[in-house]
Write a protein that binds this ligand. Structure first.
Ligand SMILES: [Zn+2]
Length: 114
């Protein structure tokens, strides 16, 4: 059994808005009452693509894959995808530890029993 990595967000304690960025001020209500929360890193693969010509800051990563994931908690996020042949939109994905520290976004892979 593989355990999904939790994913961190910042939530406004005044209005409840959730933001993926590490921010001090809520973009919705402008209050400065933000708290770090973690949600389960499990969800559904909504879309993915391959970046063959990375921007300069990710050039060392070479070719990589980016996923759009609908987390089970109802939040849609983007992150890296450890793509394998046959991965399909709509499949279950889990967040996994990321070896590269060049990016702060979560890393996902399609969850398979075997
Ligand atoms: Zn707010």
């Amino acid at each position: 059994m593989t355990v999904a990595e939790p994913i961190a967000f910042h939530q406004c304690l005044s209005c409840g808005a959730i933001d993926a960025a590490c921010i001090d001020t809520c973009a919705k209500c402008l209050e400065t009452n933000m708290a770090r929360i973690e949600v389960a890193g499990t969800g559904t693969l909504a879309s993915w693509t391959t970046i063959r010509k990375p921007p300069l800051r990710f050039k060392a990563d070479g070719v990589y894959h980016v996923a759009v994931v609908d987390l089970d908690c109802g939040i849609r996020v983007t992150g890296r995808l450890l793509h394998e042949e046959g991965d399909l939109i709509g499949e279950r994905v889990i967040a996994v530890p990321c070896a590269a520290d060049s990016h702060a976004s979560p890393t996902f892979r399609v969850w398979r029993d075997a």
